[in-house]
Design a binder for this molecule. Structure first.
Ligand SMILES: [Zn+2]
Ligand SMILES: [Zn+2]
Length: 151
């Protein structure tokens, strides 16, 4: 598999797509895209809004949400629903997620994509056309499962 793109390359790709979608590239939208491109924590729109608000006091939550939503509709960012919250994901390669029971962190876990044969089998038997596969695993993240007290 190809190495993942750097955050700035990814931000550039997202910005090009927003432009093609007809959105003006305002400083606010630039900041939203750059904040998400470098963030592997799967932030919610609310979290990004609160992080950017000190720099952009006049920015509305609707601007943050609609920018992220446009990127998700275009397939440039992933979105996943955990409980009531929708989280956004700059990693669009096939992968699963691990959710930490202790701190709530959401981490990317590797996934082997389904083969064409498997996808064809599902389509033949059920008529369902698979686009993507996402699993959520529950457990403890690396930080929370570390043994305390080591020196
Ligand atoms: Zn944790
Ligand atoms: Zn992810």
């Amino acid at each position: 598999m190809e190495a993942t793109h750097s955050a700035s390359e990814q931000a550039q790709a997202m910005l090009g797509q927003l432009k093609r979608a007809g959105l003006r590239l305002t400083p606010q939208r630039l900041a939203i895209v750059e904040a998400l491109a470098g963030d592997a924590s799967h932030p919610t729109a609310q979290e990004l809004f609160e992080r950017l608000r000190p720099a952009f006091p006049t920015m509305s939550f609707a601007t943050v949400y609609s920018t992220l939503d446009t990127l998700a509709v275009q397939g440039l960012v992933g979105s996943l629903r955990l409980g009531a919250a929708v989280r956004f994901d700059p990693n669009v390669a096939a992968h699963h997620h691990g959710v930490c029971d202790a701190c709530g962190a959401v981490v990317d876990l590797p996934a082997l994509p389904l083969s064409h044969v498997e996808i064809e089998d599902v389509r033949r038997t059920s008529g369902f056309a698979i686009r993507a596969e996402e699993r959520t695993y529950r457990g403890r993240c690396g930080l929370c499962s570390e043994e305390p007290g080591k020196t």
